[in-house]
Design a protein around this ligand. Structure first.
Ligand code: GLC
Length: 252
């Protein structure tokens, strides 16, 4: 029973699309399973998604997801408290000055096939583009262009389609680390869950344990292959999450 060596789980941080949502019946099972956990045994629940925090909370209002303690949105560029719902100002400060959108466009606009995502997916600390089936070399080349233009940004490529340009202090892993510090939760008390490359930062955080759902893309599986801290579920979507939470002792 390897898991006995682990500390109890105090906080769960999960991606949404493809992880908790994607199979309606499984999502319903997750909601019921979560609700059935006695309140004092429930870890803190954080959603960590590419969607905006408002969009995340609208899924909660539509009864598709249980209410979270916090919603990290925009690929780690906004954090909202689950009940108060306002974005946390202290985290916005952590992200630094807003982006120079024109400077970003002047680089991305020269990349063949790069198309700006919808206006709703852009904000002062996130610029997102579509770029289908880009090789790693191209992504590295784009990163190098930003660096030589003096733009210190983080580039996240996922689903063989999405390029997210974020502040260095943003990203799903950095945002989660920030809120864990605020809440005084140690990383060895955290379980993360996801399915694509924009979740990788969470899995790379020191000491956290992970759940990778069976439908996860190769870009994530390959990157964490052989890391025994992370549980590869046999089931997909929210059923994989339930299986993973059982593995880590959250659900008995
Ligand atoms: C979500 C966001 C999008 C982002 C993608 C990958 O779909 O809406 O802007 O590029 O996640 O992180």
């Amino acid at each position: 029973m390897e898991r006995l060596r682990f500390r109890p789980v105090k906080l769960i941080a999960s991606d949404i699309d493809g992880t908790l949502l994607g199979d309606d019946a499984a999502a319903e099972r997750f909601r019921a399973t979560w609700k059935a956990l006695p309140k004092r045994e429930r870890p803190l629940l954080i959603y960590n998604s590419g969607r905006s925090s408002e969009d995340i909370l609208s899924l909660v209002d539509a009864n598709l997801l249980p209410a979270p303690d916090y919603a990290i949105g925009g690929v780690g560029t906004m954090i909202a408290e689950g009940r108060m719902r306002a974005r946390m100002e202290a985290f916005i400060k952590e992200l630094g000055p807003p982006f120079d959108a024109a400077a970003i466009t002047s680089i991305m606009g020269t990349i063949e096939g790069a198309i700006l995502q919808a206006a709703a997916d852009q904000h002062p600390h996130k610029a997102s583009w579509h770029l289908h089936d880009a090789e790693r070399e191209l992504i590295n080349d784009i990163a190098a262009r930003f660096a030589s233009a003096g733009l210190d940004v983080k580039l996240i490529y996922s689903s063989s389609r999405d390029v997210d340009i974020l502040p260095r202090t943003g990203g799903k892993g950095s945002a989660l680390a920030w809120i864990c510090r605020e809440l005084a939760v140690d990383l060895d008390e955290v379980v993360v869950a996801g399915d694509t490359g924009n979740d990788l930062e969470m899995f790379e955080m020191p000491h956290v344990r992970g759940v990778v759902v069976a439908n996860a893309l190769a870009e994530l599986r390959r990157a964490i292959a052989g890391d025994r801290r992370h549980y590869l579920a046999r089931a997909s979507h929210a059923d994989g999450m339930i299986e993973g939470l059982r593995h880590w002792g959250v659900i008995r």
